[in-house]
Design a protein around this ligand. Structure first.
Ligand code: SF4
Ligand code: SF4
Length: 206
């Protein structure tokens, strides 16, 4: 058995649940959290923490939650572990009363990325930059640079949009908009291009 995060969490992501989990099995996407069913020990501690009652035991899920167990299992393999509470999404209070909202689940810009461009093992956040704008961002981000070997970057756009470009000869690039995030692999040359006013941060994981 396992516990499962269901639809109510989408677009809210209050994150109260992550602080009580004794085995750190929550994983974070752009607008939803999931539980890794291979790690969850069914302690039930997270259930009462969720302000929108999004968490259920897998054998006790309400009607309309079909597919969420599989979704939690799948996304837990892709998204990073989250262990610290953070601010809810800006529109959380409005979205907590909206149902259904499955169509708004954002699986992140990583959806269409090569699996080799995602960590294959759970990561832990080590450092996070301040929020930057296109005006305050270090200039070096717009030129070829690399995250050091063994460390993954996680780029999250909070407002506006920017383009994340690999400079590894593949020509691949992705446009990230508000609430999109992308993994930046270790030791791979890349840069960002600003597409107008934006706000974003970077964090570093290993
Ligand atoms: S507390 Fe509830 S709404 Fe918040 S992240 Fe956890 S499951 Fe989602
Ligand atoms: S039931 Fe316990 S182990 Fe499972 S996700 Fe919730 S807090 Fe973590």
């Amino acid at each position: 058995m396992t516990h499962v995060v269901t639809e109510s969490c989408i677009q809210c992501k209050y994150t109260d649940c992550v602080t009580v989990c004794p085995v750190d099995c929550f994983h974070e996407g752009p607008n939803f959290l999931v539980i890794d069913p291979c790690e969850c020990i069914d302690c039930t501690l997270c259930v009462a923490e969720c302000p929108v009652d999004a968490i259920f035991r897998d054998v006790d899920m309400p009607d309309g939650s079909e597919g969420y167990l599989e979704l939690n299992a799948q996304l837990a393999q892709i998204w990073p572990v989250i262990i610290q509470k953070k601010a809810a999404l800006p529109e959380a209070e409005r979205w907590r009363h909206v149902m259904p909202k499955r169509e708004f689940l954002d699986m992140g810009a990583n959806d269409d990325m090569d699996p080799l461009l995602k960590p294959q093992t759970p990561m832990h956040e080590q450092e996070r930059t301040p929020e930057f704008t296109e005006a305050t961002a270090p200039k070096g981000l717009q030129h070829n640079h690399r995250v050091k070997a063994g460390v993954w970057g996680w780029l999250t756009v909070l407002e506006g949009a920017l383009r994340y470009c690999l400079e590894d000869g593949s020509g691949r690039h992705w446009v990230l908009r508000a609430d999109d995030s992308v993994w930046i692999p270790p030791d791979v040359p890349h840069r960002v291009e600003f597409m107008g006013p934006t706000r974003f941060y970077l964090s570093f994981w290993h």
